[in-house]
Ligand binder design. Structure first.
Ligand code: ZN
Length: 423
Protein backbone atom coordinates (compact mmCIF):
# COMPACT_ATOMS: atom_id res chain seq x y z
CA UNK A 1 0.00 0.00 0.00
CA UNK A 2 1.36 3.41 -0.98
CA UNK A 3 0.58 6.66 0.82
CA UNK A 4 1.96 9.19 -1.70
CA UNK A 5 3.44 12.59 -0.92
CA UNK A 6 2.72 12.76 2.80
CA UNK A 7 4.54 14.55 5.62
CA UNK A 8 6.02 11.92 7.90
CA UNK A 9 6.92 12.67 11.53
CA UNK A 10 10.50 11.46 12.08
CA UNK A 11 11.87 9.55 15.07
CA UNK A 12 12.93 12.72 16.89
CA UNK A 13 9.23 13.72 16.96
CA UNK A 14 10.53 17.24 16.24
CA UNK A 15 10.53 17.36 12.46
CA UNK A 16 8.78 15.87 9.49
CA UNK A 17 9.88 14.88 6.01
CA UNK A 18 7.89 14.84 2.75
CA UNK A 19 7.91 11.28 1.42
CA UNK A 20 6.13 8.34 -0.16
CA UNK A 21 5.31 5.81 2.55
CA UNK A 22 5.07 2.16 1.47
CA UNK A 23 3.37 -0.37 3.74
CA UNK A 24 3.69 -4.11 3.36
CA UNK A 25 1.02 -6.07 5.20
CA UNK A 26 1.08 -5.02 8.87
CA UNK A 27 4.43 -3.17 8.76
CA UNK A 28 6.14 -0.14 7.23
CA UNK A 29 8.15 -1.33 4.22
CA UNK A 30 10.00 1.77 3.03
CA UNK A 31 10.17 5.54 3.09
CA UNK A 32 10.97 6.99 -0.35
CA UNK A 33 11.38 10.53 -1.78
CA UNK A 34 8.00 12.15 -2.50
CA UNK A 35 6.34 11.12 -5.78
CA UNK A 36 9.08 8.58 -6.55
CA UNK A 37 7.27 5.28 -5.84
CA UNK A 38 5.78 3.64 -8.92
CA UNK A 39 2.95 1.71 -7.20
CA UNK A 40 -0.68 2.79 -7.52
CA UNK A 41 -1.37 5.13 -4.60
CA UNK A 42 -3.94 4.22 -1.95
CA UNK A 43 -3.94 7.89 -0.99
CA UNK A 44 -2.29 11.00 -2.49
CA UNK A 45 -1.61 13.45 0.33
CA UNK A 46 -0.38 16.19 -2.09
CA UNK A 47 1.91 17.38 0.68
CA UNK A 48 -0.94 18.33 3.00
CA UNK A 49 -1.50 15.11 4.95
CA UNK A 50 0.67 14.46 8.02
CA UNK A 51 1.33 10.86 9.03
CA UNK A 52 2.01 10.29 12.72
CA UNK A 53 2.45 7.12 14.73
CA UNK A 54 -1.01 6.10 15.99
CA UNK A 55 -1.73 7.45 19.45
CA UNK A 56 -1.57 5.18 22.51
CA UNK A 57 -4.08 5.67 25.30
CA UNK A 58 -2.04 4.11 28.10
CA UNK A 59 -4.70 4.14 30.83
CA UNK A 60 -8.43 3.74 30.39
CA UNK A 61 -11.52 1.94 31.58
CA UNK A 62 -13.13 1.74 28.17
CA UNK A 63 -16.63 0.54 29.06
CA UNK A 64 -17.04 3.45 31.48
CA UNK A 65 -18.37 5.31 28.43
CA UNK A 66 -21.71 3.95 29.70
CA UNK A 67 -21.20 5.86 32.98
CA UNK A 68 -20.17 9.16 31.40
CA UNK A 69 -21.45 12.17 33.30
CA UNK A 70 -22.36 10.27 36.48
CA UNK A 71 -21.28 12.19 39.57
CA UNK A 72 -19.58 15.00 37.64
CA UNK A 73 -17.96 17.42 40.10
CA UNK A 74 -17.94 15.04 43.11
CA UNK A 75 -14.74 14.26 45.12
CA UNK A 76 -12.95 11.03 44.08
CA UNK A 77 -13.91 8.75 46.98
CA UNK A 78 -17.50 10.02 47.11
CA UNK A 79 -17.69 9.74 43.30
CA UNK A 80 -16.47 6.12 43.45
CA UNK A 81 -18.45 4.99 46.49
CA UNK A 82 -21.77 6.73 45.84
CA UNK A 83 -21.96 7.09 42.06
CA UNK A 84 -19.72 4.64 40.24
CA UNK A 85 -19.44 1.46 42.33
CA UNK A 86 -23.23 1.00 42.87
CA UNK A 87 -23.84 1.22 39.11
CA UNK A 88 -20.84 -1.00 38.33
CA UNK A 89 -22.28 -3.68 40.63
CA UNK A 90 -25.07 -4.06 38.04
CA UNK A 91 -22.70 -4.53 35.08
CA UNK A 92 -23.26 -7.61 32.93
CA UNK A 93 -20.96 -8.94 30.21
CA UNK A 94 -23.01 -7.42 27.37
CA UNK A 95 -22.73 -3.97 28.97
CA UNK A 96 -18.94 -4.21 28.89
CA UNK A 97 -19.03 -5.42 25.28
CA UNK A 98 -21.14 -2.51 23.99
CA UNK A 99 -19.54 0.06 26.31
CA UNK A 100 -16.07 -0.92 25.09
CA UNK A 101 -17.17 -0.71 21.44
CA UNK A 102 -18.58 2.76 22.17
CA UNK A 103 -15.18 3.80 23.54
CA UNK A 104 -13.36 2.35 20.54
CA UNK A 105 -15.52 4.34 18.10
CA UNK A 106 -14.44 7.49 19.89
CA UNK A 107 -10.77 6.55 20.21
CA UNK A 108 -10.43 5.53 16.55
CA UNK A 109 -11.96 8.76 15.31
CA UNK A 110 -9.28 10.63 17.29
CA UNK A 111 -6.32 8.71 15.86
CA UNK A 112 -5.83 6.29 18.79
CA UNK A 113 -4.64 2.88 17.55
CA UNK A 114 -3.70 1.24 20.84
CA UNK A 115 -5.19 1.36 24.33
CA UNK A 116 -4.67 -0.07 27.81
CA UNK A 117 -7.89 -1.08 29.51
CA UNK A 118 -8.59 -2.17 33.09
CA UNK A 119 -12.13 -3.29 33.85
CA UNK A 120 -14.41 -6.32 34.38
CA UNK A 121 -15.71 -9.02 31.99
CA UNK A 122 -12.55 -8.49 29.98
CA UNK A 123 -13.22 -11.36 27.58
CA UNK A 124 -15.96 -9.06 26.25
CA UNK A 125 -13.47 -6.19 25.94
CA UNK A 126 -11.08 -8.52 24.09
CA UNK A 127 -13.85 -9.46 21.67
CA UNK A 128 -14.66 -5.76 21.10
CA UNK A 129 -10.98 -4.97 20.50
CA UNK A 130 -10.64 -7.90 18.09
CA UNK A 131 -13.61 -6.68 16.05
CA UNK A 132 -12.25 -3.13 15.91
CA UNK A 133 -8.76 -4.21 14.74
CA UNK A 134 -7.08 -2.05 17.40
CA UNK A 135 -4.01 -2.99 19.39
CA UNK A 136 -4.57 -3.23 23.14
CA UNK A 137 -3.28 -4.21 26.57
CA UNK A 138 -6.09 -5.58 28.72
CA UNK A 139 -6.38 -6.54 32.37
CA UNK A 140 -9.11 -7.54 34.73
CA UNK A 141 -9.25 -5.06 37.62
CA UNK A 142 -8.46 -7.00 40.84
CA UNK A 143 -9.76 -5.81 44.22
CA UNK A 144 -9.16 -7.36 47.66
CA UNK A 145 -7.31 -10.65 48.11
CA UNK A 146 -9.81 -12.87 46.34
CA UNK A 147 -8.01 -15.90 44.82
CA UNK A 148 -10.94 -16.50 42.49
CA UNK A 149 -10.54 -13.08 40.89
CA UNK A 150 -6.80 -13.62 40.48
CA UNK A 151 -7.63 -16.91 38.77
CA UNK A 152 -9.93 -14.97 36.41
CA UNK A 153 -7.06 -12.59 35.64
CA UNK A 154 -4.72 -15.49 34.95
CA UNK A 155 -7.37 -17.18 32.83
CA UNK A 156 -7.64 -14.01 30.72
CA UNK A 157 -3.86 -14.15 30.14
CA UNK A 158 -4.06 -17.79 29.09
CA UNK A 159 -6.94 -17.20 26.68
CA UNK A 160 -6.07 -13.88 25.06
CA UNK A 161 -2.41 -12.90 25.60
CA UNK A 162 -0.64 -12.98 22.24
CA UNK A 163 2.88 -11.54 22.63
CA UNK A 164 3.37 -11.10 18.88
CA UNK A 165 -0.24 -10.14 18.09
CA UNK A 166 -2.63 -7.24 18.63
CA UNK A 167 -3.90 -8.24 22.11
CA UNK A 168 -1.66 -8.26 25.18
CA UNK A 169 -2.96 -9.10 28.65
CA UNK A 170 -1.59 -7.96 32.02
CA UNK A 171 -2.62 -8.56 35.61
CA UNK A 172 -4.42 -5.54 37.10
CA UNK A 173 -4.34 -5.01 40.87
CA UNK A 174 -6.64 -1.97 41.08
CA UNK A 175 -4.64 0.06 43.63
CA UNK A 176 -2.74 -0.33 46.90
CA UNK A 177 -5.75 1.00 48.84
CA UNK A 178 -8.04 -1.71 47.41
CA UNK A 179 -5.55 -4.63 47.36
CA UNK A 180 -3.62 -5.46 50.58
CA UNK A 181 0.20 -5.41 50.10
CA UNK A 182 0.63 -9.21 50.54
CA UNK A 183 -2.05 -9.94 47.95
CA UNK A 184 -0.56 -7.27 45.67
CA UNK A 185 2.84 -8.97 45.88
CA UNK A 186 1.26 -12.33 45.06
CA UNK A 187 -0.28 -10.79 41.92
CA UNK A 188 3.08 -9.32 40.87
CA UNK A 189 4.84 -12.65 41.37
CA UNK A 190 2.14 -14.41 39.35
CA UNK A 191 2.63 -11.86 36.54
CA UNK A 192 6.40 -12.38 36.69
CA UNK A 193 5.97 -16.16 36.43
CA UNK A 194 3.57 -15.75 33.48
CA UNK A 195 5.93 -13.25 31.79
CA UNK A 196 3.28 -10.52 31.60
CA UNK A 197 3.07 -6.92 32.84
CA UNK A 198 1.13 -5.33 35.70
CA UNK A 199 -1.23 -2.35 35.32
CA UNK A 200 -2.24 -0.49 38.50
CA UNK A 201 -3.21 2.91 39.89
CA UNK A 202 -0.47 4.48 42.04
CA UNK A 203 -0.54 7.71 44.07
CA UNK A 204 -3.56 9.26 42.38
CA UNK A 205 -4.62 11.34 45.39
CA UNK A 206 -3.09 12.98 48.44
CA UNK A 207 -5.42 10.79 50.52
CA UNK A 208 -3.76 7.67 49.02
CA UNK A 209 -0.26 8.98 49.84
CA UNK A 210 -1.43 9.54 53.44
CA UNK A 211 -3.02 6.07 53.60
CA UNK A 212 0.28 4.45 52.53
CA UNK A 213 2.28 6.41 55.09
CA UNK A 214 -0.14 6.29 58.03
CA UNK A 215 -2.21 3.11 57.63
CA UNK A 216 0.43 0.91 55.99
CA UNK A 217 3.41 2.65 57.64
CA UNK A 218 5.37 2.65 54.38
CA UNK A 219 7.13 5.03 52.04
CA UNK A 220 5.17 5.05 48.74
CA UNK A 221 8.29 4.45 46.60
CA UNK A 222 9.70 1.69 48.85
CA UNK A 223 6.29 0.03 48.74
CA UNK A 224 6.40 -0.15 44.92
CA UNK A 225 9.47 -2.34 45.24
CA UNK A 226 8.10 -4.33 48.19
CA UNK A 227 4.98 -5.35 46.28
CA UNK A 228 7.17 -6.61 43.42
CA UNK A 229 6.49 -3.99 40.74
CA UNK A 230 10.19 -3.79 39.77
CA UNK A 231 10.30 -7.56 39.22
CA UNK A 232 7.64 -7.87 36.49
CA UNK A 233 8.40 -7.47 32.75
CA UNK A 234 6.77 -4.01 32.81
CA UNK A 235 4.58 -1.98 35.15
CA UNK A 236 2.00 0.64 34.15
CA UNK A 237 1.56 3.10 37.05
CA UNK A 238 -1.51 5.22 36.37
CA UNK A 239 -1.48 8.81 37.69
CA UNK A 240 1.62 9.14 39.93
CA UNK A 241 0.36 12.56 41.02
CA UNK A 242 1.80 12.35 44.54
CA UNK A 243 5.24 10.81 43.94
CA UNK A 244 7.81 12.41 46.28
CA UNK A 245 10.14 14.32 43.95
CA UNK A 246 13.32 13.34 45.83
CA UNK A 247 12.74 9.63 45.13
CA UNK A 248 12.17 9.70 41.37
CA UNK A 249 15.64 8.41 40.39
CA UNK A 250 14.68 4.94 41.54
CA UNK A 251 11.90 4.79 38.91
CA UNK A 252 14.16 5.78 36.01
CA UNK A 253 15.47 3.53 33.27
CA UNK A 254 13.66 0.39 34.38
CA UNK A 255 10.46 -1.44 33.67
CA UNK A 256 8.07 1.19 35.06
CA UNK A 257 6.10 3.86 33.20
CA UNK A 258 4.04 6.54 34.89
CA UNK A 259 0.88 7.22 32.91
CA UNK A 260 -0.08 10.86 33.18
CA UNK A 261 -3.83 11.56 32.94
CA UNK A 262 -3.86 15.35 33.26
CA UNK A 263 -7.51 15.99 32.44
CA UNK A 264 -8.82 13.29 34.80
CA UNK A 265 -6.53 14.57 37.59
CA UNK A 266 -7.73 18.13 37.04
CA UNK A 267 -11.42 17.23 36.82
CA UNK A 268 -11.30 15.13 39.99
CA UNK A 269 -9.20 17.77 41.75
CA UNK A 270 -6.49 15.18 42.42
CA UNK A 271 -3.56 17.52 41.79
CA UNK A 272 -0.79 18.01 39.25
CA UNK A 273 1.74 15.22 38.66
CA UNK A 274 5.42 16.25 38.75
CA UNK A 275 5.89 15.60 35.02
CA UNK A 276 8.81 18.06 34.48
CA UNK A 277 10.67 16.24 37.28
CA UNK A 278 9.83 12.81 35.82
CA UNK A 279 11.36 13.95 32.51
CA UNK A 280 14.42 15.54 34.16
CA UNK A 281 15.10 12.36 36.15
CA UNK A 282 14.60 10.05 33.16
CA UNK A 283 11.33 8.46 34.30
CA UNK A 284 9.32 7.21 31.32
CA UNK A 285 5.93 8.95 31.00
CA UNK A 286 2.99 8.00 28.81
CA UNK A 287 -0.44 9.63 28.44
CA UNK A 288 -3.88 8.31 29.25
CA UNK A 289 -7.46 9.52 29.33
CA UNK A 290 -8.67 7.41 32.28
CA UNK A 291 -12.35 6.42 32.05
CA UNK A 292 -15.01 8.52 30.33
CA UNK A 293 -16.69 9.09 33.70
CA UNK A 294 -13.73 11.14 34.94
CA UNK A 295 -12.48 13.03 31.88
CA UNK A 296 -14.95 12.93 29.97
CA UNK A 297 -13.23 12.71 26.57
CA UNK A 298 -11.23 9.78 25.21
CA UNK A 299 -8.98 12.11 23.25
CA UNK A 300 -5.19 11.97 23.48
CA UNK A 301 -4.90 15.29 21.57
CA UNK A 302 -6.65 16.89 24.50
CA UNK A 303 -4.26 15.25 26.97
CA UNK A 304 -1.24 16.40 24.91
CA UNK A 305 -2.37 20.02 24.85
CA UNK A 306 -3.32 20.07 28.54
CA UNK A 307 -0.03 18.39 29.48
CA UNK A 308 2.05 20.91 27.53
CA UNK A 309 0.22 23.95 28.87
CA UNK A 310 -0.43 22.84 32.45
CA UNK A 311 3.19 22.25 33.44
CA UNK A 312 4.45 25.41 31.73
CA UNK A 313 1.96 27.47 33.71
CA UNK A 314 2.44 25.58 36.97
CA UNK A 315 6.25 25.81 36.78
CA UNK A 316 6.14 29.30 35.24
CA UNK A 317 8.50 28.03 32.57
CA UNK A 318 7.55 28.06 28.84
CA UNK A 319 10.49 25.74 28.04
CA UNK A 320 9.38 22.76 30.14
CA UNK A 321 7.42 19.75 28.76
CA UNK A 322 7.96 20.46 25.07
CA UNK A 323 5.63 19.50 22.24
CA UNK A 324 8.06 16.86 20.91
CA UNK A 325 8.32 15.27 24.38
CA UNK A 326 4.54 15.11 24.64
CA UNK A 327 4.16 13.56 21.17
CA UNK A 328 6.65 10.92 22.22
CA UNK A 329 4.67 10.22 25.43
CA UNK A 330 1.50 9.88 23.35
CA UNK A 331 3.04 7.41 20.89
CA UNK A 332 6.38 5.61 21.39
CA UNK A 333 6.52 5.74 25.18
CA UNK A 334 2.88 4.67 25.42
CA UNK A 335 3.62 1.64 23.27
CA UNK A 336 6.68 0.81 25.40
CA UNK A 337 4.61 1.21 28.56
CA UNK A 338 2.22 -1.46 27.24
CA UNK A 339 5.01 -3.87 26.23
CA UNK A 340 4.87 -3.35 22.44
CA UNK A 341 8.43 -3.35 21.07
CA UNK A 342 7.98 -2.33 17.42
CA UNK A 343 5.16 0.19 17.75
CA UNK A 344 5.29 3.98 17.97
CA UNK A 345 7.89 5.07 15.41
CA UNK A 346 7.59 5.47 11.64
CA UNK A 347 10.51 3.30 10.55
CA UNK A 348 10.82 0.39 8.10
CA UNK A 349 10.01 -2.89 9.83
CA UNK A 350 7.89 -1.22 12.52
CA UNK A 351 4.15 -1.79 12.79
CA UNK A 352 2.02 0.34 10.47
CA UNK A 353 -0.11 1.93 13.24
CA UNK A 354 -0.80 5.38 11.83
CA UNK A 355 -2.86 8.52 12.39
CA UNK A 356 -3.40 10.66 9.28
CA UNK A 357 -3.97 14.36 9.83
CA UNK A 358 -5.49 16.77 7.30
CA UNK A 359 -3.27 19.87 7.19
CA UNK A 360 -5.44 21.54 4.55
CA UNK A 361 -7.31 23.54 7.19
CA UNK A 362 -7.24 27.24 8.14
CA UNK A 363 -5.38 26.71 11.41
CA UNK A 364 -2.49 24.98 9.64
CA UNK A 365 -1.62 27.90 7.31
CA UNK A 366 2.13 28.33 7.79
CA UNK A 367 2.84 24.72 8.82
CA UNK A 368 6.23 23.42 7.62
CA UNK A 369 8.17 20.17 8.16
CA UNK A 370 10.16 22.08 10.81
CA UNK A 371 7.22 23.32 12.89
CA UNK A 372 4.79 20.43 12.34
CA UNK A 373 5.16 18.99 15.83
CA UNK A 374 4.31 22.20 17.72
CA UNK A 375 1.55 23.01 15.20
CA UNK A 376 -0.15 19.70 15.91
CA UNK A 377 0.06 19.99 19.69
CA UNK A 378 -0.87 23.68 20.03
CA UNK A 379 -3.03 24.45 16.97
CA UNK A 380 -4.38 21.04 16.07
CA UNK A 381 -7.09 18.85 17.51
CA UNK A 382 -8.56 15.42 17.00
CA UNK A 383 -11.06 16.99 14.57
CA UNK A 384 -8.16 17.03 12.07
CA UNK A 385 -7.78 13.21 12.04
CA UNK A 386 -8.94 11.79 8.73
CA UNK A 387 -7.54 8.31 8.87
CA UNK A 388 -6.50 5.69 11.41
CA UNK A 389 -4.69 2.44 10.56
CA UNK A 390 -3.49 -0.32 12.87
CA UNK A 391 -1.35 -3.22 11.68
CA UNK A 392 -1.57 -1.77 8.14
CA UNK A 393 -5.39 -1.90 8.00
CA UNK A 394 -7.75 1.06 7.69
CA UNK A 395 -9.95 1.26 10.78
CA UNK A 396 -11.28 4.80 10.29
CA UNK A 397 -11.28 6.81 7.08
CA UNK A 398 -12.79 10.22 6.27
CA UNK A 399 -15.31 10.15 9.09
CA UNK A 400 -16.37 6.53 8.58
CA UNK A 401 -15.54 3.49 10.67
CA UNK A 402 -14.24 0.65 8.51
CA UNK A 403 -14.58 -2.19 11.04
CA UNK A 404 -17.36 -1.08 13.42
CA UNK A 405 -21.05 -0.30 12.85
CA UNK A 406 -21.36 3.09 14.52
CA UNK A 407 -25.16 3.33 14.44
CA UNK A 408 -25.73 -0.14 15.87
CA UNK A 409 -23.17 0.43 18.65
CA UNK A 410 -24.67 3.77 19.68
CA UNK A 411 -28.16 2.23 19.71
CA UNK A 412 -27.09 -0.70 21.90
CA UNK A 413 -25.04 1.55 24.20
CA UNK A 414 -28.14 3.68 24.89
CA UNK A 415 -30.05 0.54 25.91
CA UNK A 416 -27.18 -0.59 28.19
CA UNK A 417 -26.97 2.82 29.85
CA UNK A 418 -30.69 2.74 30.59
CA UNK A 419 -30.43 -0.75 32.11
CA UNK A 420 -27.49 0.27 34.30
CA UNK A 421 -29.07 3.45 35.63
CA UNK A 422 -32.52 2.04 36.16
CA UNK A 423 -31.25 -1.22 37.69
ZN1 ZN B 1 -8.11 4.73 36.26
Amino acid sequence: MLLRDVLLLDSSMEKAQPCDLVLSGPVIDSILPPRSASLAAELDGKGSVAVLPGFVNAHSHAAMTLLRGLGDEAPLMEWLQEKIWPVESRLRPEHVYWGTLLALLEMLSRGITCFADMYFFMDQAAEAARQSGMRCALCRGLVGSDEKKLEEGVDLVRRFHDPSGMIHVQLGPHAIYTVPPEAFREISMTARDLGVGVHTHWLETEWEAGYIREELGKDPVDLLFEVGLSEVPFAILAHGVWFPEDRLESLAGGNMTVVHNPNSNLKLGSGIAPVPSFLEKGVRVALGTDGAASNNRLDIWDEMRTCCLLHKGFRRNPCTVRAAEVLRMATLDGARALGFEDVGLLKPGWQADLALVNLDKPHYVGVTPENLCASLVYSGSSADVEGTLAGGKWLFRKGRHETLDERAIVRQARICRKELLEG
